[in-house]
Design a protein around this ligand. Sequence first.
Ligand SMILES: NC(=O)c1ccc[n+]([C@@H]2O[C@H](COP(=O)([O-])OP(=O)(O)OC[C@H]3O[C@@H](n4cnc5c(N)ncnc54)[C@H](O)[C@@H]3O)[C@@H](O)[C@H]2O)c1
Length: 324
Amino acid sequence: MLKVGIFGVGHLGKFHLNNWKEIKDVEIVGFYDPEDSIANEVVEKYKIKRFLNDEELIESCDAVDIIAPTNFHFDLCKKAIRKGKHVFVEKPLANSMTEAKELVNLVKESNIKLQVGHVERFNPAYLSIQELELAPMFIEVHRLAQFNPRGTEVSVILDLMIHDIDIILSIVKSEVKNISANGVAVMTETPDIASVRIEFNNGCVANLTSSRISMKKMRKMRLFQKDAYIGMDFLNKKTEIIKLKTENDIDSFSFDIDTVVGKKTIAISNPQVPEINAIKMELQKFCEAIINNTPTVVSEVDGLRAMDVAHLILQKIKHNTISN
Ligand SMILES: NC(=O)c1ccc[n+]([C@@H]2O[C@H](COP(=O)([O-])OP(=O)(O)OC[C@H]3O[C@@H](n4cnc5c(N)ncnc54)[C@H](O)[C@@H]3O)[C@@H](O)[C@H]2O)c1
């Protein structure tokens, strides 16, 4: 049995609790949440022990799951790693680059596994394209959400865009060359909407738009490469591929187009999207990494890389705001 302690049982924490209960060979030792009203509700509903001291809960388990607000991630991670406990921590890894780098060093000196909650890596739409050869030259992303005060302790970049940054860094195997960015703080003290262009050394360009003050939701990523267009809808969990037809494209709908260089056949397909619960899968993969002593799917280094790009974006936005 893997003994797990949960830190933070707010909105997302309750989803984690429900999923932990369904994972085999896991015992929920208890939870820590300083907010009495939330904690009492959880004790009543889930019949699990509330710890009033975070260190005591850390001592009592093998692994911690940190779903507290971002400004507490560093402190809780550090305490757990120093006590040799495995860590699952929600995204973003930490609040600042200094904190994130210290966590990466602490993990390096320890014998523990750390996974960051970049849950879109387990989105069925993203999982459905894993077999494709991805070499995008142009990426277009829209992640729009309605306003919700939850998560606004950090900017829209660290709250929402970081999901897309992580996915892009997992797809584009090249270093970031240049970033242009602009953003506006409308409802909070930090940018609530932002438009970003990331250029990579291999020539790939990614344009990202994120907003947490939109009237309706959208989470789409479109990849354009020499032989294909790949559209992922993270919200509706659908994928569409439009490409020049090859002999392997037997199941796709196709049609011909006359071009100046002759007839081209276009194939349109919607790959099978697996029916999976992304949160349950990320927690299961974390357990497997501990049991099998294998790397976590989204490591502390991945978490740091996503934060690094996010902070470069924030610096650009700050610079543009000051110069205006
Ligand atoms: N992966 C995702 O898609 C995703 C989605 C939403 C939130 N998140 C992340 O999850 C975290 C929590 O977000 P939420 O929406 O559940 O927020 P929330 O405000 O609903 O819940 C946070 C909970 O943590 C508790 N808390 C405060 N200080 C604490 C501490 N020191 N130790 C333990 N618990 C503490 C609060 O009382 C509250 O109950 C944030 O880091 C956020 O970025 C990730």
